[in-house]
Design a protein around this ligand. Sequence first.
Ligand code: SF4
Length: 113
Amino acid sequence: MQEAPGPAYDYAETEETDSMDDSRTTLTRRRFVGAAIVLPALAGLFAASASPAAAAKGSQAQFKYQTHPNGSKQCSNCTFFIAGKTATANGTCKVVDGVISPKGWCIAYSAKS
Ligand code: SF4
C-alpha cells in the first residue's frame, strides 16, 4: 500500500516551513537582544580606555618630573595630583607613575580650575 501525496503532505510541509520561520525569528531576536547588551558594554570599555585614569601612566622621566616646583606651578595645585594622607605627604598622579611630591612638577601640569 502506497500513500499518495495529498493535502496532508502539503500541510506538513507548510508546518515545517512555519516552524523554520519561527526559529529564524527567534534567532534574529536573540541576536538583536545580544547586540543590545554587548554593544553598549563595548562602548563603555572603549570610553574607559580613552580616559587618562584608565590609560597606562607614563614614567617620571618621560614627563620630565622634578621634585621641586616650577615657579608657582606644583603638583599640589595640579588637576592630576592625588594627595597623600596630609597636605605635605607624598601622593600619586593620574598621569605620571610612582610617588609624587606635592611640591613636584612635570610637563603635564594642568592647573586646578
Ligand atoms: S601631572 Fe605632573 S604636575 Fe600634575 S600632579 Fe602629575 S606629576 Fe605633578
